[in-house]
Structure formats: C-alpha cells, structure tokens
Design a protein around this ligand. Structure first.
Ligand SMILES: NC(=O)c1ccc[n+]([C@@H]2O[C@H](COP(=O)([O-])OP(=O)(O)OC[C@H]3O[C@@H](n4cnc5c(N)ncnc54)[C@H](OP(=O)(O)O)[C@@H]3O)[C@@H](O)[C@H]2O)c1
Length: 245
C-alpha cells in the first residue's frame, strides 16, 4: 500500500546540488524528511547547501561527473538509494553553423553522457533499490526549438528518449524512470543575466510567467513518492503553459 506523497526516510542522490534547481531539490527533499547525498564540482557551494539542510544523515561529494573516476568514487561512497535526481547540466549557446566537436561535447558530456553512465554504473553496483525512482531534469528545449540551442536541445531530447527505454528495462525490478522538462525557471543565474539582457519577450511565451525552483522541486517530490508508483517512462512538462501554444 503506497503512503501517498511521503518521502520521509528515503535516501536520494541529487546531482547539481551546489546551485539553482538541484540545490532547491536537495533542500526540499531534506525538509520532507529524506536524507540526501548532494554532488557538484564546487565544494564551497556544496558545503553551503549541506549546512542549510534540515534533518540529518545528509552528505556531500564534490567531483566532476564527466570523469569516470569521479563517478566511481561517488558510487563507492553511496548507500543503497531510493531515488536519484540528475540535475547537473550546462548550456553553451552557439549558432548551429559554428558548432564544433568541442562545444558539442562540452554540453553532451555533462547533460547526457554523465547522467546515463552514472545511472548505468549505479545499477551495475546494485545501488538503486527495488521501488526506486530515477529522475532526469531535461528541458522543454528537448521538445521545441530555440536559436542557438542545438547542442543543449539535442542532449535534453536524448534524455527524454533514453528515459523511455530505461523505464522498460527497469520495470521488472520495480525501478521507475522519468524526466521532468521545465520551461524557464527563475534562478540567480537568470536574474543576473536579466540585468544585461531583456527576457520580457521570453517571459510572455510562458502564459503563467517564468517558473521557480520550488515548482521543479514539487514535481520531483511527486515522482520520488509512492503516489507516482504507476508512473514510469514519462516526461512531466512544467513550463507555465509554454508548450501549450
Ligand atoms: N534554469 C532553467 O531555466 C532551466 C530550465 C530547464 C531545464 N533546466 C535544467 O535544470 C538543471 C539545473 O539547472 P540550473 O538552472 O539549476 O543550473 P545551475 O544553477 O547552473 O546549476 C548547474 C549545476 O550543475 C552542476 N554541474 C555542471 N557541470 C558539472 C559537472 N561536469 N560535474 C558535476 N556537476 C556539474 C553545477 O555544479 P558546480 O557549479 O559545482 O560545478 C551546478 O550544481 C540543468 O540540467 C538544466 O539544464 C534549467
């Protein structure tokens, strides 16, 4: 019998938790009684996140997830997990004509290779429990085009496609795999960019305005919880109505 939206006592790995959406996901899960392992590259900002978390049993691991050695060290340090939330990601804007292997890899290694290879290695080491939930933070850029976003859009679209396959392969173990695709979310980074660039046209494309990091964290909470026990292979779009156009 599922216990609704309760995630108390669950052990959840959150990547990209030194900043923005990942930091809020870790904060939210900890407030809801989960114990979290947070990762990112910047140890100072990770330590800041860690010290702000409610509850107990949390830990941090600093490392660059595009490196196999860092992924292996992270996995070796982990307990068995009920949830994995891949929020680490980057974007490099570039007109398609000027895209080269270096910029393409700079995006795809972080947004696609790292979360897929980390997940696969976690499974090989049996670190994800039956009943567990794996979440990828994709983007509506994986579903609709925007100039300059080729590498980012391709990486996020590939996550959505890969999620369906993972969901099928892992269903026999009762491990669920889903994506969340946010529209533009207000983060400190966006606010700082807004000082020099006009985002008002972009904001108008979101009928409910830009989202907040809390909006994404609430979706994560649902998909980690027993309330979503029948949800797998899905892509939850949370974009204030952007893709409803
Ligand atoms: N913000 C939005 O509007 C928006 C919309 C849709 C989807 N998303 C997606 O949501 C996720 C979080 O975005 P955000 O806005 O919160 O970004 P952010 O504030 O820039 O945070 C990105 C996080 O990813 C980590 N990271 C980057 N490269 C890494 C690497 N090689 N190894 C390990 N960690 C790495 C960063 O860690 P360090 O800083 O410690 O290196 C940081 O914690 C991303 O996947 C993004 O594509 C964001």
């Amino acid at each position: 019998m599922a216990q609704g939206f309760d995630i108390k006592g669950k052990r959840v790995l959150v990547t990209g938790a030194s900043s923005g959406i990942g930091r809020e996901i870790a904060t939210h899960c900890a407030r809801a009684g989960a114990s979290v392992v947070i990762t990112g590259r910047n140890e100072d900002r990770l330590a800041e996140t860690l010290s702000s978390l409610e509850g107990s049993g949390h830990s941090l691991f600093a490392g660059d997830l595009i490196e196999a050695s860092a992924r292996d060290a992270l996995i070796a340090s982990l307990p068995e997990l009920d949830g994995v939330v891949h929020s680490a990601g980057v974007n490099v804007l570039r007109p398609f004509k000027f895209l080269d292997q270096k910029n393409l890899e700079a995006v795809t290694r972080v947004n696609l290779d790292a979360p897929m290879l980390l997940t696969s290695a976690l499974l090989k080491k049996k670190k994800i429990l039956s009943g567990g939930s794996i979440l990828f933070i994709a983007s509506i850029s994986g579903l609709i085009g925007a100039a300059g976003y080729t590498a980012y859009a391709a990486s996020k679209g590939a996550l959505v496609a890969g999620t369906r396959v993972m969901a099928l392969e892992l269903a026999p173990q009762r491990i669920r795999v889903n994506c969340i695709s946010p529209g533009i979310v207000r983060t400190p980074l966006l606010d700082s960019m807004a000082e020099s660039a006009d985002f008002s046209e972009k904001e108008k494309l979101h009928p409910l305005g830009f989202g907040s990091v809390e909006d994404v964290a609430h979706a994560v909470h649902y998909l980690l919880s027993p309330a979503a026990q029948w949800v797998t292979g899905s892509n939850l779009i949370i974009d204030g109505g952007y893709t409803a156009h």
